[in-house]
Design a protein around this ligand. Sequence first.
Ligand SMILES: [Zn+2]
Length: 445
Amino acid sequence: MSIRALSISLACCTLSLASLASAANTPPPASVPVVLKAAHIFDAVSGKLADHGVVVVQEGLITGIGPDAKIPANARVIDLGDATLMPGMIDSHVHMDGEFHEDYYKGFFEDLMRFPAEQALYAAKYAKETLEAGFTSVRDVGSTDFIAVSLKHAIDDGVTEGPRMIVSNYAIGSTGGHADGQDLLPTMAPPYGPLQGVCNGPDECRAAVRYQMKYGAGVIKFMPSGGVLSLKDPVDVPELTQAEMDAIVSEAHAWHRKVAAHCHGDLAAKMAIQAGVDSIEHGTFLQDDTLKLMKEKGVYLVPTLYASYWVGQKADTYPKPVHDKALAAAAQSQIMFQHAVKLGVPIAFGTDSAVEPHGLDAQEFWLMTKNGMSPADALMAATHAAAQLLYGEHGQKNVDAPVGTLQVGKYADIIALPGDPLKDIHATEHPLFVMKGGVIYVGGK
Ligand SMILES: [Zn+2]
């Protein structure tokens, strides 16, 4: 390496360390206290709706709640009228580095030709759309080129607008499996390795986890079973051995990171649960005994119903192998969800946004309520329950999450939905007010 190249690379490293150190520099919230009022307020802990909603916000935090809250003399009062105040919503399963394309082949080509910096600009647009849809926190469970972690830093620094993000970096899985995003011929591009999440054998899988954590993963995502949108693999088979899954999960837990397991197939889910995962994503073909095991062990289901519904609707736009898998998943996911609700499996809201266009996250709600979940439970899945999944450590109960509830001392991540969302769940699709960390992004004029 030349002296010049070395000095450039050192300068680059100094810069990135500096930007990491300033990651907490979110845009300053209004210094004037704000009082939010609305006809109703939703308590995400009890699932109850109360009248005369009042929330006091100062310096980015909730400092008072309820009709008896002390109102600071200089407060700006925003009366949202016939609306419901509730915590900012949380999507536990998104991918900010990409988006559905009506023309699969054109989308494939564009993905191939865009530089990571170019793709990151699209990611910033997706993040803004997600925030404006009322989702003030997301968990990004799989992105390429470290785009999601870069986006997270830019949002934390106030450079661009988006939700709070917990990111996994690359998802981890075997060669040829759902995590292996290198679909080009080996003569055209080198195969992926542990840095890009592809591993074979427990040692490589540990290395893959360590790389993601080294570069900022706050959660580890891995692929025990096949996927719908991947070209080569069957959707429901295990794609990792038990020893590989054990290595991935134990390595992540050693760093106090939770682990999300992509599972359509039942056997893969059973193996992942044995390895100690914190959530099963999708869960399409899960059997009742597996769902019961999840309830027993407190493993969350992140159902992504809208993604399965979407790929079913769009099946004809995919190549033949994906088309067939999409129809099979679409036919089963809602049935599995009905069983999960009946059995009392803990459920955290998640959409797989990117499979469908960003900003449509709230479409998940009507599918949840159509398939047996009460509107109150659905709202809790997207607030309190999701916060329990995103924060804390493996096995921890009653996590004191900074988001997901309207309580004194929590971040002022607050939205208002028109009318009463318990009577009309579609209200979630049209937030008329969105605040994150005391900063207003939608409404409040
Ligand atoms: Zn996903």
